[in-house]
Write a protein that binds this ligand. Structure first.
Ligand SMILES: *Cc1c(COP(=O)(O)O)cnc(C)c1O
Length: 485
């Protein structure tokens, strides 16, 4: 590497110069000797830490550059299906950073916490209204956590009825967390096949349902992005034989203001605030998998619940029927502020438009790409569309190659090889926040790559060509972690 390039690429450790500091204090407010002593104790005498010493612009540039090394929703569209990677409105961030909210501590006196409890209370109510439930608990920290809490509620209800049921149905089009949660719970998973139209097989559900079966866990829209239009019939079959319907509502982006799962007989369902309700996610957290419950199950909801009497908000923790606490304090509160702001800024009509536009965008993509990529299920889709690499396989090109090549066009790869029921799946979820311009860019890139698969498959198979590193051995990279500089 020549010297100019070397200096440009140099790591932060090489930029260090002794005694540089990136922190400024108000001189009249600070006892400098004390600060210096504290810092010395913490860092300066710890030569073994080898921390770089830098001034403020160096630190700012370092983190700004790091933030650009990855794809993010702030730099490109992010069509990962099943994840709802949508734009996170900046007004949410403003609200979450208001000093009066972000400096609260959950152990402060309840009088001081009133505004925060009001936000929790309204979120409980609004989610209940959106999902068609009696009551909602904000306690679960993720979708899968909500599933676990929901099954615990069903188990407690069955115990109260002195019944022992340890089997549960899960269609093959469910999200993987559904059978995983049921298995984690120690229940036997009864797999339900899907029809040619991508929907769960009603007659199989009817024949599997008996007095040893706790019910069904059903993802709607399912992982093919298809609406389970028989949901009310399915619920009827389950309820008639004393079972419960667990609804996976992680992908509620398609249903807001249009269909309420509670009205279709769902007894308990998780929402993913970190998907549908625009709170940022990725990298494992933080999340909120709030769960709403019907008349039959709401008394078992996890605590705490926020109740209001005479304009005073109280924290209810000692409900005897509840499955109890499943996490500390009141949910991931920062997320609740963001989701609350999102709902406030949209209102009921705006929320409905979100789903209409999300569904329209996905069907537009489906229509524009159906002659270029094989479409395994022909039904209209909701918020996402699943294609496959079947036609490209004829030229020896796989879904992985296609995804890598899309990076060269500035497009984040779609979800690949999921759902498992579609071989070589490419799953695209545009969300409502992408403009027609950006959708066309995405579509044109997919079409271009499909052409390249026919004309120059080697170009696609060796992609990406524009990144610092091309193909890496991903398995090896995960198994043999080696960090060095
Ligand atoms: C994301 C997702 C989940 C799991 O949610 P987590 O918050 O990641 O635990 C469950 N079901 C569906 C349909 C999902 O899309």
């Amino acid at each position: 590497m020549d010297k100019v390039n070397f200096l440009h690429e140099a790591l932060i450790f090489l930029r260090s110069s002794p005694q540089s500091t990136a922190i400024d204090f108000f001189t009249n407010e600070i006892d400098h000797k004390e600060v210096k002593k504290t810092l010395q104790n913490l860092f300066y005498d710890r030569q073994d830490l080898l921390l770089p010493e830098l001034n403020e612009p160096q630190v700012v540039r370092h983190y700004t550059k790091l933030s650009q090394k990855n794809f993010s929703i702030d730099t490109t569209s992010y069509p990962l299906g099943s994840c709802t990677m949508k734009y996170n409105p900046k007004i949410n961030e403003w609200a979450a950073r208001l000093p009066g909210l972000c400096s609260l501590h959950p152990l402060m006196p309840i009088e001081i916490l009133q505004p925060a409890l009001k936000i929790c209370y309204e979120m409980q109510n609004w989610l209940s209204e959106i999902g068609g439930f009696i009551q909602t608990s904000l306690a679960p920290s993720a979708g899968a956590h909500g599933e676990f809490a929901g099954l615990a509620m069903i188990a407690k209800a069955l115990k109260d009825r002195k019944e022992h049921r340890t089997k549960i149905m899960v269609p093959t089009s469910a999200h993987g967390t559904n059978p995983a949660t049921a298995a984690f719970f120690g229940w036997e998973v009864l797999s339900v096949e899907i029809n040619n139209d991508g929907r769960a097989n009603l007659s199989q559900i009817e024949s599997l349902m008996d007095d040893k079966c706790a019910g069904i866990m059903i993802t709607n829209p399912n992982t093919l992005g298809i609406f389970e239009s028989d949901l009310a019939k399915i619920s009827h079959i389950i309820h008639n034989k004393g079972g419960y319907v667990y609804g996976d509502g992680a992908n509620l982006n398609a249903l807001l203001g249009i269909c309420r799962p509670g009205d279709c007989g769902v007894d308990v369902m998780h929402f993913n605030l970190h998907k549908t309700f625009t709170t940022p996610h990725g990298g494992g957290g933080p999340g909120c998998g709030a769960i709403g419950a019907s008349e039959k199950l709401y008394k078992y909801l996890p605590t705490p619940l926020i109740k209001q009497t005479n304009n005073f908000y109280e924290v209810i923790d000692n409900d005897k029927d509840s499955i109890g606490r499943i996490r500390s304090f009141f949910s991931n509160f920062g997320l609740l502020i963001r989701a609350w702001t999102y709902l406030q800024s949209l209102g009921p009509d705006g929320l409905k438009q979100v789903s209409q536009k999300a569904v329209l965008n996905a069907n537009y993509i489906r229509h524009c790409l159906k002659d270029h990529y094989y479409l395994p299920f022909k039904s209209d889709c909701l918020h996402e569309v699943v294609l496959s690499d079947k036609w490209q396989q004829e030229h020896g090109v796989s879904a992985l190659d296609i995804s890598k090549r899309l990076i060269d066009y500035g497009i984040h790869p779609p979800t690949m090889y999921f759902p498992l029921i579609v071989k070589g799946a490419l799953m695209i979820e545009p969300t409502e926040t992408e403009s027609l311009f950006d959708l066309d860019h995405l579509i044109n890139a997919f079409i271009r790559v499909a052409q390249e698969c026919k004309e120059s498959p080697e170009l696609v198979k060796s992609a990406p060509h524009t990144t610092a590193l091309s193909r890496i051995d991903e398995v090896k990279a995960v198994r043999e972690l080696r960090l060095s500089y």
